[in-house]
Design a protein around this ligand. Sequence first.
Ligand SMILES: Nc1nc2c(c(=O)[nH]1)N(C=O)[C@@H](CNc1ccc(C(=O)N[C@@H](CCC(=O)O)C(=O)O)cc1)CN2
Ligand SMILES: Nc1nc2c(ncn2[C@@H]2O[C@H](COP(=O)(O)OP(=O)(O)OP(=O)(O)O)[C@@H](O)[C@H]2O)c(=O)[nH]1
Ligand SMILES: [Mg+2]
Length: 441
Amino acid sequence: MADTIYALASGTGRAGIAVWRLSGQGSADALLALTGRPLPPPRRAVRAVLTDRDGEPIDDGLALWFPAPASFTGEDVVELHLHGGRAVAQGLGRALSGLGLRPAEPGEFSRRAFANGKIDLTHAEAIADLVAAETAAQRRQALRQMDGALAALIEEWRRRLVSILARLEAAIDFAEEDLPPSLITLTQTEAAALAADLAAHLADDRRGEILRDGLHITLLGAPNAGKSSLLNRLAGREAAIVSAEAGTTRDVIEVHLDLGGWPAILADTAGLREAEGQIEAEGVRRALARAGMADLKLAVFDAALVPVLDEATREVIDDSTLVVLNKRDLAAAPLPDRVAGRPAVAVSAKTGDGLDQLVGWIEGELQQRFAVGSAPVLTRARHRAAAEAAFVALSGFDPSVDLGLAAESLRAAATALGRITGRVETDEVLGAIFAEFCIGK
Ligand SMILES: Nc1nc2c(c(=O)[nH]1)N(C=O)[C@@H](CNc1ccc(C(=O)N[C@@H](CCC(=O)O)C(=O)O)cc1)CN2
Ligand SMILES: Nc1nc2c(ncn2[C@@H]2O[C@H](COP(=O)(O)OP(=O)(O)OP(=O)(O)O)[C@@H](O)[C@H]2O)c(=O)[nH]1
Ligand SMILES: [Mg+2]
């Protein structure tokens, strides 16, 4: 950490303004060298002409000086707000490298902020999630986590563990015959209550993780039902090939959508049928595999064929399926509003009829299932794995058998929870978390 690092914090490419960030002990000297003037007052933007070692001007920009520890990383930080563009970037990069600074690794600023106790791991993850957020719901979830909601919950669980452990240690200090039985009972009650709280959080249907990654919605149906036409309508562009020929789509086609703030990954699939030949069979296999991983399925039927409903499509209908009766412009018979116990909506991908209703309906379904409640959610598999490990350790807590072993299970549970916030750290976890960051973050 002795190195002083620098990076372009704003995105690369042509832009009006580019924000550069320097962090480490050499930041102040670098600013002095670039401007040839005394340091500006802390945390105030000042106008500055930056020149390289040969006195060649690099840019006329703004500079800010954040002395440690009151900075994002907790180290001395300098920000330079320059004009965007490759030549300025090249000139500054060369000047900074000449002054002994080195380009930052992805996530290195945040990693230093973590190392200096400015942020915990859930905060660091939330920064990465916020930068990656594509919809309002993802942004809200990231901001909540950045605000410390998840960290506070984990710390509260840890605090309860430590307090049970303290009681248990008091009990260990008593001679066996003097041990007040109520002390042991109390630890048992408290451990059971904590285990129940952990279990309740683990039974959240992975909604935090699903929201972070995007909800998988899959279109399924017979060949020619109009799945690809629906995908194109919902995407607002011709993402998939549509044709009157049955068997047009053979592979899975994905589009990313923002449905009322919910991030969705909508997948079009090959028509379900008795496949003739290897390619068709593989297409159907992929469609069914996709159905298996979907958070929500849209079973698409040809409304012109009602009351006959394709059998293979009926078979995929379950509790997480919405039925779509497409081609309602061609329907002769009256259309049902439920199929196989699930609600059915009539649409026409051709005219656009009923599509607003379909979208409203998907949004309602998503809202119901994935709405962020009052409790902070686990947003990554890593949080879930650690909370599960804590739950398992806590489930093994039995002070009536052996006090020493019981204390050990409490410590194991606390260690598992400590990994979530980074109180207990392993290089492997840190490496994995910060590697997914952008450079400059
Ligand atoms: N120009 C610029 N914009 C930015 C950032 C930045 O570093 N620079 N941020 C970077 O992510 C975000 C804002 N977050 C920040 C978080 C902490 C500190 C900071 O200096 N913290 C000090 C001082 C706190 C105070 O006095 O308010 C500290 O925590 O000690 C700065 C920005 C988004 N926008
Ligand atoms: N009249 C009418 N025709 C439609 C409608 N939706 C799709 N079609 C037509 O139905 C045919 C098949 O549409 P696709 O979207 O390719 O159907 P698909 O379900 O993706 O078919 P496969 O990829 O072969 O499984 C095309 O000729 C479309 O123009 C609709 O709502 N009304
Ligand atoms: Mg298709």
